[in-house]
Ligand binder design. Structure first.
Ligand code: B12
Ligand SMILES: Nc1nc2c(ncn2[C@@H]2O[C@H](COP(=O)(O)OP(=O)(O)OP(=O)(O)O)[C@@H](O)[C@H]2O)c(=O)[nH]1
Ligand SMILES: [Mg+2]
Length: 391
């Protein structure tokens, strides 16, 4: 079996019309497509960076507020400049894109524009027909991000075809990866790997984005990789939406890759271990991994595996003390975070979780955070705790 088609969708800068793209995203994923959704109000550079890192087949742009001829052309041009013109561009914007505009846009390298009245089915068929064939020979990567992105795709494709790649082979492949700043790493420096897990919507992505800001600010040279997971749905598509929540992580020093679980239970994908191993051998200072929203029984990170430190992000609304007894990760996590501590139940949650952790007689830490608030002192404390572990 081959891998699902991966595409990136976004709405341009100064445009908040996301209702059309939300509908289209859902239709795509129901028809087996993996959609990495970048969100609205996104500049050209963020779209192109994300498309290269995610190694998508195409970018679908939904544009309503004007400037589409220039905006689409700028995306095509930047892809070309970055040696990534095997990533195609298509999109729509109802009646705001005229037929004349569309002709001009096609001339500038845009694959297709969809007008008002096109059925969702036609768009799905277009994506399958145009981007569903296996890739021809790949161009030589022009950058560290592109090379790494291609290799991650090879790993994922290998699993989709049922071929398990060995770590040793990956080691050989990555031995001469060169970074943007020219530093080569032969595995002599290993990044610190932090695993984030916890129930759906607890605030994992928001928290990671706030921590990334602190890592980036502390050392102007540090590079960070993020491996983020979302579930595949029936039909094998997936909405990979963590990037839409990320603000600080849209940065040239951050490499982010979104992965769908592709049928595997437990919070990660069949290819995660090898992808993580590749990132852990590459030129990063930190590698952050986020699982899908997990249930009580989940133990996503292997004991003695690649992850150095594990963080369980809890929502204060987990139920009662009885539920806490059943959450396996409360025994295993190095750090437990009660996020959304702005909510009413947070104080009770802190006390109950503290008592639960005391029973473990382990050196586990408990932190309260409000990830959605910038410069939150709880997030600062979490950052310090993680930093201490890296020393
Ligand atoms: C819904 C809507 C809103 C909602 C948006 C809700 C949301 N979260 O998206 C609200 C009310 C918030 C809104 C606000 C505004 N809006 Co408004 N809005 C619309 C409206 C009525 C419909 C757009 C829509 O979603 N259509 C539904 C989609 C599914 O259908 P479609 O547009 O025909 O698209 C088809 C194809 O093009 C294709 N397609 C679309 N995108 C993509 C992407 C891909 C990848 C693919 C494959 C296909 C595809 O899918 C459809 C298939 O049939 C249009 C008018 C109109 N009738 O088009 C105005 C319109 C776009 N808005 C307009 C304006 C001016 C605004 C505001 C600036 C108003 C104001 N003064 O405050 C604000 C700006 C908001 C912002 N932050 O950007 C203008 C834009 C004018 C222009 N560009 O010159 C329009 C055209 C209305 C008008 N005639 O004046 N708006
Ligand atoms: N009230 C409150 N809301 C928050 C806080 N942190 C995050 N949120 C909101 O919670 C929602 C989910 O946040 P995410 O960061 O996407 O959560 P997640 O755990 O990554 O979600 P999944 O990846 O879907 O499991 C968003 O609407 C956030 O804005 C917080 O500290 N307080
Ligand atoms: Mg998330």
């Amino acid at each position: 079996m081959s891998s699902p088609i991966r595409i990136l969708t976004a709405v341009p800068i100064c445009d908040g019309h996301d209702s059309a793209i939300n509908t289209i995203n859902l239709e795509f994923i129901r028809h087996g497509i993996e959609v990495i959704y970048l969100g609205y109000h996104r500049p050209v550079a963020d779209i192109v960076r994300a498309a290269i890192q995610e190694d998508v087949r195409a970018i679908g742009i939904s544009s309503y507020n004007g400037g589409h001829v220039e905006f689409f052309a700028a995306v095509v041009d930047l892809l070309r400049k970055q040696g990534a013109d095997d990533i195609k561009v298509f999109g729509g914007g109802g009646g705001t894109i005229t037929h004349d505009d569309a002709t001009a846009m096609r001339r500038k390298g845009v694959d297709e524009i969809f007008f008002a009245g096109t059925s969702l089915d036609d768009m799905v068929q277009f994506v399958h027909r145009r981007y569903g064939k296996p890739r021809a020979k790949r161009p030589r990567p022009k950058s560290f991000d592109q090379e790494l992105a291609h290799k991650l795709t090879q790993i994922e494709d290998g699993y989709a075809k049922g071929k398990r790649r060995t770590l040793n082979r990956q080691k050989r492949q990555t031995s001469n990866i060169k970074s943007a700043d020219g530093r080569i790493r032969h595995g002599e420096h290993r990044p610190f790997v932090i695993g984030f897990t916890g129930p759906g919507g607890a605030g994992k992505t928001t928290l990671i984005d706030e921590l990334v800001l602190r890592f980036l600010n502390r050392n102007p040279k540090d590079r960070i990789a993020i491996l983020s997971h979302d579930p595949s749905v029936i039909g094998e598509g997936a909405l990979l939406g963590d990037r839409a929540t990320m603000i600080n992580s849209q940065n040239d020093r951050v490499f982010m890759r979104s992965m769908a679980t592709r049928g595997q239970a437990g919070g990660l994908s069949p290819a995660t271990h090898d992808c993580l191993a590749l990132l852990a051998q590459s030129n990063f200072d930190y590698v952050i991994i986020e699982t899908v929203g997990t249930g009580q029984e989940a133990m996503p990170f292997q004991k003695n595996g690649i992850v150095d430190s594990t963080v369980l992000v809890m929502n204060p609304d987990y139920g009662s003390r009885l539920q806490l007894q059943k959450i396996v990760m409360l025994d295993l996590a190095d750090i437990v975070v009660v996020n959304k501590s702005d909510l009413q139940r947070a104080r009770t949650a802190h006390t109950e979780i503290e008592q639960r952790l005391e029973q473990n007689h382990r050196d586990q830490q408990l932190v309260d955070t409000v990830a959605k608030r910038h410069r939150d002192s709880g997030v600062d404390r979490l950052f310090e705790l993680i930093s201490k572990r890296t020393r």
